[in-house]
Write a protein that binds this ligand. Structure first.
Ligand code: NDP
Length: 322
């Protein structure tokens, strides 16, 4: 698509979130935007994408040739369990509105965002791209997961029936500046950063929920953003691609806790509250497909990404989502 005469006009839905802000940074600060291109980063304030009329109006306004579709109703575990139907319906509508409006307006490529938490609950490891529909997702977020899985089905449909090259990426656990740092609704690393920051301020011990032994693959939001641009410009498949560090880099949450304590210079006691649930012990995803395309891509080391995110959080405490 890069060689087309007309420069891309890219519309990024969910442009105000963790991943959206990282893409904006790569586009505006790292030369990710090529000559003549127009990039627009949307928030829900400009258009509520659950609403078809607002979706159509925003596409009419910006006339995108390409769409990066990040917008989603997301939440913490507790909210998901309470409102699975709500997550299902809002996300089904957002995705259908964005994909169908893209098709109607002749958008040549859409890259949507799935999530590694939508994979079957009972599975073999490592998880790869072929396994998305192999069994029910975890009960706690079945609404969100099924809506996300449908994006993959919709992409297949838009290609089969209309020849559209709409595809999706599957990031593992993303962290970085502009994340949600809320203790309960935030992602694990950002919530832990906020907790560590607060414990240091109060001279209190750091209380970590769970044993710290579950293992996760963490990817820095700026790495996700760089890979998104590659997918938008170069990746030609309809089938999705996992964006993740390697299987060997899946590490226990307690290792990440130590990196956070270092980054924030927290010297107090760290307590693992084993009365709290651990969640899945591992979720190992394979990045073999990504490595076949990009054998040399360098991921930001976790300690470095954590340090950058902690610095951002401390310096932007007033505007951070807490
Ligand atoms: P954030 O919660 O940080 O951002 C969500 C974005 O979606 C915001 O820009 C928000 O706008 C927008 N949005 C929510 N509801 C609507 C709506 N009704 N209409 C229009 N826009 C809406 O999410 P992330 O950046 O973390 O996630 C981006 C994508 O990546 C999502 O699809 C998510 O499912 C996926 N993902 C995330 C992972 C992670 O670890 N963070 C892992 C795997 C996948 P506003 O700011 O105005 O509320």
């Amino acid at each position: 698509s890069q060689t087309k005469a007309e420069p891309m006009r890219v519309l990024v839905t969910g442009g105000s979130g963790l991943v959206g802000k990282a893409i904006e940074h790569v586009v505006k600060q790292e030369g990710g935007c090529l000559e003549g291109e127009q990039w627009t980063f949307l928030s829900s304030k400009e258009a509520n994408l659950v609403d078809l009329q607002q979706t159509r109006a925003v596409f009419e306004k910006y006339r995108p040739t390409h769409v990066i579709h990040l917008a989603a109703k997301v939440g913490g575990l507790y909210l998901h369990m309470k409102e699975n139907l709500h997550f299902l319906r809002d996300n089904l509508r957002i995705n259908d509105n964005v994909l169908q409006t893209s098709h109607e307006r002749g958008v040549t490529k859409v890259v949507s965002c799935l999530s590694s938490c939508i994979f079957p609950d009972k599975t073999t490891y490592p998880i790869d791209e072929s396994m998305i529909h192999n069994g029910p997702p975890h009960d706690s977020n079945f609404g969100y997961s099924h809506a996300k899985r449908m994006i993959d089905i919709q992409n297949r449909g838009y290609f089969a029936q209309h020849g559209r090259r709409y595809t999706a990426v599957i990031p593992t656990n993303v962290y970085g500046p502009y994340d949600n740092f809320n203790f309960e609704n935030g992602h694990v690393l950002s919530a832990l950063m906020h907790k560590t920051y607060a414990a240091k301020k109060e001279g209190a011990p750091l209380q970590v929920w769970g044993s710290g032994t579950p293992r996760r693959q963490f990817i820095y939001s700026l790495d996700v953003a760089r890979l998104f641009l590659w997918v938008l410009r170069e990746y030609d498949e309809i089938d999705p691609i996992i964006l993740s560090v390697g299987e060997e880099e899946e590490l226990p949450i307690k290792d990440a806790v130590e990196m956070i304590a270092d980054a924030l210079d927290f010297k107090g006691q760290i307590v693992f509250d084993t009365s709290k649930s651990d969640g899945q012990m591992k979720k190992t995803a394979s990045n073999a497909k990504l490595r076949r395309y990009l054998p040399d891509f360098t991921f930001t080391p976790l300690s470095e990404g954590i340090k950058k995110t902690c610095d951002w959080f401390v310096n932007n405490y007033d505007i951070a989502r807490t």
